[in-house]
Design a protein around this ligand. Structure first.
Ligand code: FAD
Ligand code: NAD
Length: 407
């Protein structure tokens, strides 16, 4: 009797998806399972480096590598396509190019920018979401300088930058932007004193919830480089001319700016919402073994998933660190299912720390409960970035794409 090989379909070649696939291709033979990876592009990008590409401190090609560099094509079928929907009852995925059936599905489609329905953001604000949004933002910043340099009647608001949200993305982008702007001023003969950089945050502090001493350091460093913080100031809207913020209880105020960057949060994938799988803001509150509740054949990981930190009864913030750890658990659980075992592993996050860069040369962080600032933290950040490459592509990928500009 021949047993039909199960077909494992992995959606998304991000941190979670690629860790899953690289582990599966090692653990399973071609006789045991068909492995299919589906991704929009034929490359993976380091989402965690996009603030650098967005500010123009790193070329966008450095943040991406071909999926083929890490998957074994003799074991994994790669389909370059956009996932449009998942039909759990029919066990199939709808692509822009057709349909794919599955026995087991892994959803790792990452997150999307969360605008909370705030008017004008979709039309007028830039986001740091993928390689192309980063290229668009970098080019726009440069265009503002080039235009300012050439216009007869100088429009100073062209050189005003607003970053919405002082979470990790906003702060990391500001670190890069404040390093890039002096270079642009020099390149385009622009007077640096004409540039204004605002960071607008709704909460009463920068990096809400992070270590206050480290936050103080970060704020001081960024202020030294020209950032003006407006905390406790929710953004209410965006227009072609800038943003509208709340002022007091009922009033609003306009901040005119040539560039508005919305970095105020992420939600899961809209594909999840469409699929009918139970979700909260497009994220699935997964079972302990990382399967979607009520769907024994669907695993969800990374920014599409929601894992509760029982100690504080709140979700873990979505990070690459967690996505990669989930990828390892999902792969082990799939191997068990393929081999007919039902004792699936429970996912337990192992949070080693958090490091937030403030440009290429500075950072803050807590690693293994130790606080770090400055060059030590910046070194650690580069080690973390290199480790992510190592986990997916081993030493050869680190050699090809790694960060060796150690201070
Ligand atoms: P991703 O790695 O984002 O990958 C999703 C993949 O799915 C992409 O390849 C995408 O192209 C593909 N895809 C999406 N939709 C479709 C579709 N419909 N069809 C086909 N393919 C699709 N986390 C940390 O731990 N440390 C950090 O230092 C850190 N820094 C960050 C800096 C920035 C600027 C940002 C924005 C985030 C940062 N994060 C960091 C968070 C981290 O990047 C995310 O949590 C992580 O990328 C999530 O991984 P993932 O596997 O879920 O998705
Ligand atoms: P976030 O949710 O962590 O931060 C968003 C910030 O925007 C919050 O401070 C919030 O108060 C603020 N905000 C929300 N609505 C607002 C409004 N209307 N006006 C003004 N401010 C508003 O989102 P993020 O920074 O994009 O990060 C997303 C995820 O990626 C997080 O889980 C984060 O931990 C992770 N990340 C990690 C790193 C790192 O480890 N170095 C770097 C970047 C992102």
């Amino acid at each position: 009797m021949t047993v039909r090989k199960p077909k494992i379909v992995v959606l998304g070649a991000g941190y979670g998806g690629l860790v899953t696939v690289t582990r599966l291709q090692k653990a399973l033979s071609v006789d045991e399972a068909n492995i299919v990876l589906i991704n929009k592009n034929d490359y993976h990008y380091e989402t965690t480096w996009l603030h650098e590409a967005s500010a123009g401190t790193m070329h966008h090609d450095r943040v991406r590598y071909d999926v083929d560099a890490v998957i074994n094509r003799s074991k994994v079928e790669f389909i370059r396509a956009e996932v449009q929907d998942i039909k759990p009852e029919e066990k199939k995925v709808i692509l822009n190019t057709g349909e794919v059936e599955y026995d087991y599905l892994v959803v790792g489609l990452g997150g999307e920018s969360e605008t909370f329905g705030i008017e004008g953001l979709k039309e007028y604000a830039f986001t740091i979401s993928n390689v192309n949004t980063s290229r668009q933002l970098r080019d726009h910043i440069e265009f503002q300088f080039a235009t300012y340099a050439n216009e007869e009647e100088k429009n100073d608001e062209r050189l005003t930058f607003v970053v919405g949200g002082a979470g990790f993305t906003g702060i990391e982008f500001l670190g890069e932007l404040t390093n890039r702007i002096p270079e642009l001023c020099k390149e385009y003969d622009v007077d640096y004193s004409k540039v204004r950089i605002y960071c607008v945050e709704a909460a009463p502090m920068v990096l809400p919830g992070f270590d206050p001493e480290l936050v103080k350091y970060a704020v001081a460093q960024l202020e030294k480089k020209g950032v003006e913080f407006k905390i406790g100031t929710p953004i209410k809207g965006a227009t072609a001319d800038g943003i509208i913020v709340a002022k007091g209880e009922d009033e609003t105020e306009e901040i005119k700016a040539g560039t508005v960057v919305w970095a105020a949060g992420v939600r899961g994938s809209s594909v999840i919402e469409k699929s009918g799988i139970e979700n909260m803001r497009a994220r699935v509150k997964v079972d302990p073994d990382l399967r979607a509740p009520g769907h024994e054949d669907i695993f969800v990981l990374g920014d599409c998933s929601l894992v509760i930190n029982e100690e504080i009864n709140r979700p873990y913030p979505p990070t690459a660190q967690i996505a990669m750890q989930q990828g390892e658990t999902v792969a082990r659980n799939l191997v068990k299912l393929v081999k007919g075992q039902s004792d699936l592993e429970t996912f337990v996050p192992n949070i080693k720390g958090t490091v937030c860069s403030l440009g290429d040369d500075d950072a803050i962080g807590v690693v293994f409960d130790k606080k770090l600032t400055g060059t030590k933290a910046s070194f650690m950040k580069k080690m973390i970035d290199n480790r992510a490459l190592f986990m997916i592509g081993g030493p050869s990928l680190v050699l090809k794409k790694g960060k060796f500009n150690i201070l």
